[in-house]
Design a protein around this ligand. Structure first.
Ligand SMILES: Cc1cc2nc3c(=O)[nH]c(=O)nc-3n(C[C@H](O)[C@H](O)[C@H](O)COP(=O)(O)OP(=O)(O)OC[C@H]3O[C@@H](n4cnc5c(N)ncnc54)[C@H](O)[C@@H]3O)c2cc1C
Length: 289
């Protein structure tokens, strides 16, 4: 099938983008890499009389490191995450998450901001942003604002963005000392969205005990979720005393994943618990090196 008819806009400034979004309201959508929006248009799952292409907008692409933060422009391709040595060194989780996103052809076009704004509950980058406490820079017709990752994802394919706002960049904290991170997921085939997955970011103190623990789960709820109970159980513990299977079970204690065509809710919960144990063990191992 072909998409319904739409008017194509190709502005060059963020101000022009947000003015177009404000002018056309619900009838308008930003277009980034097109890897989620275009299939949905082509299948007529959605339709918009106006599309605003972000690909020619100045200043939305690129990677910059300053003051312990890595800032990634919204239109930066997902492929850059897995290829840029600066990213692998500063925020290794991004480099580890990127290869799990679809296939390389998708990552060549798909953007970092597009993946985050699309907010698929089984997506890797939203879970990474949540675990690392990323901050979203957002622009609208009335100016700019920042949104913490914890407040950004509001439901399946839904975010705290207003219809006339776009993400312009995302800031990630640079990895600290004695910190390790990992992401793992289970998908039916390579390149498919995950049935369930988990991200862990763990820090150790001078005595070798866990000083900070962040675990986020994806594919188990309508948004990525932090496993706060499991995180609390980890802080203060010595790695040798940590039972990662138990941590996995604890992480899923207050989640009730639902059934879909790929897995039942209980299967999804078991998978998520299992991969949580794996990422916690890997992150602890890296933090202790
Ligand atoms: C076969 C296939 C497999 C895939 N597998 C995975 C997977 O395993 N994991 C995964 O995470 N993704 C997967 N994807 C999706 C892919 O990662 C997309 O690139 C991503 O979801 C959307 O990014 P995009 O740049 O293509 O955005 P688009 O498709 O252009 O836009 C997606 C949505 O985000 C909005 N948007 C885009 N950029 C912005 C912005 N800067 N500000 C505000 N709103 C914006 C658009 O308006 C639209 O609503 C897959 C896609 C395909 C086709």
């Amino acid at each position: 099938m072909k998409p319904g008819p739409f008017e194509y806009h190709a502005p060059h400034t963020v101000a022009d983008v947000t003015a177009l979004l404000a002018e056309h309201g619900d009838e308008c959508k930003p277009l980034a890499g097109g890897q989620s929006l275009v299939p949905m248009l082509a299948l007529r799952l959605t339709g918009f009389p106006h599309l605003v292409d972000l690909n020619r907008v100045d200043g939305l692409s690129g990677v910059e490191r300053s003051n312990g933060t890595l800032v990634i422009g919204a239109i930066t391709r997902q492929r850059v995450l897995e290829r840029d040595p600066q990213i692998a060194e500063a925020v290794p989780l991004l480099a580890r998450a990127a290869p799990l996103i679809g296939h390389f052809q998708i990552r060549n076009r798909g953007t970092v901001g597009g993946s985050l704004a699309h907010a698929d509950p089984a997506s890797e980058l939203p879970a990474v942003a949540l675990a690392l406490g990323a901050t979203f820079d957002v622009a609208g017709p009335n100016g700019t604002r920042s949104i913490a990752a914890a407040d950004f994802f509001t439901g399946t394919w839904s975010t705290a963005l207003e219809p006339d706002e776009i993400v312009t960049a995302v800031s990630f904290p640079v990895r600290g000392e004695r910190t390790g991170s990992a992401i793992h997921e289970m998908a039916r085939r390579h390149g498919d969205f995950a049935i369930a997955g988990a991200v862990a970011n763990m820090s150790l103190d001078a005595a070798g005990r866990v000083s900070a623990a962040a675990i986020s789960l994806f594919g188990v709820a309508s948004t990525p979720v932090r496993a706060t109970g499991a995180e609390a159980a980890l802080v203060g513990a010595a790695p040798a005393d940590i039972n990662t299977l138990e941590i996995g079970r604890l992480a899923l204690a207050d989640q009730e994943p639902t059934d879909d065509i790929h897995a039942t809710g209980p299967q999804r919960a078991r998978i998520a618990a299992h991969v949580t144990g794996i990422v916690v063990a890997r992150a602890l191992e890296e933090a202790g090196r």
